[in-house]
Design a protein around this ligand. Structure first.
Ligand code: ADP
Ligand code: MG
Length: 513
């Protein structure tokens, strides 16, 4: 019937000339985008390219400065995410928005007051269970959110959209927090949803994933659409070039030539999480000079507590941390920095940097007590500025505007600034936690090069990451943790994504053999 052909040819979403700027800087500029019914459409772009902003515009979180949005052929203006919901649009944000004290079923019903009145707890849970099973996405409906792994929480976010029968699902970098196996389960569910006629937007900066799951791909750079193609027709190399605007040089890892003495030795470490549970549960690792030891694991298996326990931000309950033979377990953060630990945390603005200070001041933050910054009790502003400028140049931190707060930098540049600050001070150990999480390919390559350079000059590097590509690219030795304990260990030459992924899900190798 011609009428039906007409309607299925109408795009689920069509954006025309969308502009959105923040503080006078374009996050989206003149964006045209079209999402067909029943397709998985990848939005590919470097960090800061404008992907999240564009998604948030479609999800009603931001209003575009200008431009037009058509949903199922009808022009729409969303005043809030509620309006978008009503139009069938739902988004899973990079940072989840679940209520951690409520159960899965309660979270699904949240914001649907009539559901809460209509259904008993038991009925709610039965519905939640049925929905999970339908998409081969099982979650325990009576579990409280805080009890779930990050991967399971993400499922709840997706089920929440399906519970409201969203026709357009926007997933902002969903694989960043998943094991390879969880990623595959997600992709299967995405295909199922597309086959039902729903439309999905899949945000990623990983070419392999885009190739694996999407029908079409739109590439953004600096807020603008720089290309769109059927995924099958697109060469990964061409997509990469579009994304960064130049040919990419991927870091090549030389094997570490000389490994020295044990620098960092951790024995039977126990660190409690905020709930008083042993998140790090008797962990022993040693890292030698000139070696990168990678800690692999699904997020939430003690990574945060391990990193913060070592650097002194969280209290060590028992066990020891030794640095060049000296016990530093009980030392303060400041004393640990002095004795030679540099730390690159995951949350850049949360704790690593002072968002309101300028880039130059941030670069000087840890050293302000020492020359050249401090001359007795006086801080030298000129020295601040001079050294800062050198570091900005050396570490290729872009977008610095004199006098303006560092928080205005993009994620990749923030991370480069943080690393610059950490590695210029005297240290023998570098603890890096998910150092490239959320960064674009260009910034990721820079950060990884800096870490390898550290190793090559004899620093002992402990890399705690949820990104297997990163671990495989940088580590000389890999250790897998699960629920705060070591479940496997191997030289990098024997590690594969599959083997690590299995261990990360709690599968012990000796049992399966
Ligand atoms: N709420 C905001 N306030 C100020 N600037 C923002 C905000 N959100 C995004 N930006 C800026 O807009 C640009 C695009 O960001 P974003 O959409 O998050 O990119 P992506 O998701 O591709 O990494 C970046 O320069 C970022 O700093
Ligand atoms: Mg984003």
């Amino acid at each position: 019937m011609p009428d039906q052909d007409q309607s299925s040819a109408t795009p689920a979403v069509e954006l025309r000339n969308i502009d959105k700027s923040f503080y006078g800087v374009f996050a989206n500029a003149d964006v045209d985008f079209s999402l067909a019914k029943g397709e998985v459409h990848a939005l590919l772009g470097e960090n800061g390219a404008g992907k999240s902003t564009l998604c948030s515009v479609m999800a009603g979180l931001y209003r575009p400065d200008s431009g037009e949005m058509l949903f199922d052929g009808k022009p729409m203006v969303f005043k809030s995410p509620k309006d978008a919901y009503a139009a069938g649009v739902g988004m899973v944000y990079q940072h989840f928005r679940l209520v951690s004290n409520l159960t899965v079923a309660e979270n699904l019903a949240l914001g649907n007051p009539e559901v809460g009145l209509r259904l008993s707890q038991g009925q709610l849970e039965a519905e939640a269970k049925e929905l999970g099973e339908r998409y081969d996405f099982p979650v325990d409906p009576s579990a409280r959110i805080w009890q779930l792994s990050v991967g399971q929480q993400q499922r709840v976010e997706i089920l929440k959209l399906l519970y409201r029968d969203a026709k357009i699902l926007i997933l902002d970098e969903p694989t960043a927090v998943l094991t390879p196996q969880e990623g595959e389960a997600l992709f299967r569910a995405m295909r199922m949803l597309a086959d039902e006629g729903r439309s999905l937007i899949f945000v990623s900066h990983k070419l392999q994933e885009v190739k694996a799951v999407s029908d079409r791909v739109t590439v953004l750079r600096e807020g603008r659409v720089v290309g769109a193609a059927n995924t099958d027709d697109a060469e990964p190399r061409d997509l990469a070039r579009m994304m960064v605007g130049k040919d990419l040089v991927l870091p090549t890892r030389k094997p570490n030539e000389s490994v020295g003495d044990e620098v960092l030795v951790i024995e039977d470490l126990v660190v409690e999480d905020d709930r008083g549970l042993d998140a790090v549960d008797g962990l022993s690792i040693s890292v030698r000079a000139g070696e990168v030891v990678g800690i692999a694991g699904v997020s939430g298996n003690g990574q945060r507590e391990l990193a913060q326990g070592i650097v002194g931000l969280m209290k060590v309950k028992s066990g020891s941390v030794r640095l060049n033979g000296t016990d530093v377990t009980k030392k303060s953060v400041l004393a640990k920095i002095k004795s030679g630990i540099a730390y690159v945390p995951q949350s850049r603005l949360g704790m690593g940097l002072a968002p309101g200070l300028t880039t130059e001041d941030n670069l000087a933050l840890k050293q302000y007590r020492e020359p050249p910054y401090s001359n007795g009790p006086l801080l030298s502003a000129a020295a601040f500025g001079r050294r800062g400028a050198e570091l900005i140049e050396e570490f290729d931190v872009r977008g610095v505007r004199p006098g303006l707060p560092i928080r205005l930098l993009s994620g990749g540049n923030l991370q480069k600034a943080l690393i610059a600050r950490e590695v210029v001070q005297d240290h023998s150990v570098l603890i890096a936690r998910s150092p490239t999480r959320g960064l674009d390919v260009g910034a990721t390559a820079d950060v990884r090069d800096h870490i390898l350079a550290e190793r090559d000059r004899g620093i002992a590097v402990l890399l705690i990451s949820e990104d297997l590509d990163e671990l495989l690219a940088l580590s000389d030795r890999l250790v897998v943790i699960y629920e705060g304990r070591i479940v496997g260990e191997m030289p990098a030459s024997e590690a594969t994504a599959e083997r690590l992924g299995l261990l990360m899900s709690g599968e012990r190798e000796d049992q399966s053999a």
